[in-house]
Ligand binder design. Structure first.
Ligand code: NAD
Length: 371
């Protein structure tokens, strides 16, 4: 099968973790007999430096011409004081829009080998396997009008700021459909998270999700307010299956879930729904550790597993990458963020090489068994 992928390493630790993820993808392609076509382009701060634009046209064209995009991270303190449209993050928000990627999938799985990394007791976090399905192109992050104004309600010199939360029925229905469909591949439970006791957007959200649930009688739907969901995620994380929620609630809850299972460096994400899938680790550019070869590449590598599953429909290859991650962790390999005091740590490259080697050997024995 032809796998055409655009790689956008971006800023900070982005290039370090992306290069490891690409090594793993190359082993998958070589080992399982696929034809990998890679194109690398700029986004974020590196694109601003080179072209004065966080998302140059050449990057958009390359992404739209491929089947999937692998992104590292964007963000650099050098651009913190730029106007909003000239910040690295503006490039990523626009890319998501250009790709029509309205469904953001963020899995969070507890690995027994990393029990010590969770701040929660093992008996609480054990068995946690959550998929957050977050709406990505609507709500407060995109709603108009938005502004910081000098106009105000009569207080001289005091500015006021406005953001708008807006959702239409079709926007809610399409993301809810993704959540119900994915629940069918898991434990068939969807929890829809909203704030319908306060927000009109949430009232419409709950109504539309409840209506759509009739098309999925085999999936159990429940609802929870976001404040209650935040608390329950810490008290009983293992009880959740698919969490369906809007843009900002999903942004916050998915980082919280990352804390529950151990490290932000472990979390992968997929943004799907448009013609081209976007795959990226959940973490940012981590300028504090960039260039030191200490970043955890597992979020980026697990993003490759999501790409294999959701864009290329290659579940065996996806499982092979995931098994490589589990085996590497069971073998005691830890980047600095995962290690307890006194434990030996490995570099970004060593961690990536372990998983690439696992995939190479697994693909080899798979081919031998098949022949
Ligand atoms: P961050 O995720 O970059 O870092 C938070 C903390 O986690 C830091 O201490 C960092 O060292 C650590 N960390 C993150 N990823 C790690 C990894 N793979 N391995 C080991 N440790 C890791 O978040 P931040 O510090 O709030 O933001 C830094 C920059 O990244 C900002 O410019 C922000 O806007 C940007 N950002 C980008 C994205 C993205 O590209 N999707 C997401 C979040 C933040």
């Amino acid at each position: 099968m032809r796998l055409s992928v655009t790689s956008l390493p971006g800023d900070g630790i982005g290039p370090e973790v992306t290069s490891q993820a690409i090594c793993v993808l190359e082993e998958v392609a070589g080992g399982f007999g696929h034809d990998l076509e890679l194109d690398e382009k700029e986004i974020g701060g590196v694109a601003l430096e080179k072209f004065g634009n966080p998302l140059p046209d050449a990057t958009i064209q390359a992404c739209l011409a491929s089947q999937a995009v692998l992104l590292g991270a964007v963000g650099s303190p050098a651009f913190d004081h730029n106007p909003r449209e000239l910040r690295p993050e503006a490039g990523l928000l626009r890319l998501r829009q250009e790709l029509g990627a309205f469904a953001n999938l963020r899995p969070a799985v507890f690995y027994p080998a990393l029990a010590a990394c969770s701040p929660l007791r093992e008996e609480i976090v054990k068995g946690t396997d959550i998929l957050i399905v977050r709406e990505l192109l609507g709500g407060l992050y995109f709603g108009q009008p938005r502004s910081i104004d000098t106009e105000n309600d009569g207080v001289p010199g005091a500015r006021q700021a406005v953001n708008t939360m807006r959702y239409s029925e079709p926007e809610i229905e399409r993301i809810a459909r993704v959540a119900f469909q994915l629940a069918r591949t898991r434990r068939r439970r969807v929890l829809s998270v909203d704030k319908s006791n306060v927000l009109e957007c949430s009232r419409l959200w709950r109504e539309v999700v409840t209506r759509l649930a009739r098309d999925f009688p085999d999936v159990q739907l429940s609802h929870m307010y976001v404040d209650s969901a935040a608390m329950t995620l810490v008290l009983k994380p293992a009880e959740f299956d698919v969490i369906l929620t809007e843009n900002m609630f999903g942004d916050i809850l998915s980082d919280q879930v990352g804390g529950v299972v151990g490290s932000l460096g472990l979390l992968a994400s997929a943004s799907i729904g448009g013609p081209v899938g976007l795959y990226e680790p959940v973490h940012g550019s981590a300028p504090d550790i960039a260039g030191q070869n200490v970043a955890n590449p597992l979020g980026a590598i697990l993003s490759v597993a999501l790409m294999l599953r959701h864009t290329f429909h290659l579940p065996k290859e996806a499982e092979c990458v995931e098994a490589g991650v589990i085996s590497t962790l069971m073998g005691g390999f830890r980047t600095r963020d995962l290690a307890r005091s006194g434990e030996r740590t490995v570099s970004t490259e060593e961690m990536g090489s372990q998983i690439a080697e696992f995939v190479r050997l697994a693909a080899h024995s798979n081919n031998r068994a098949a022949s």
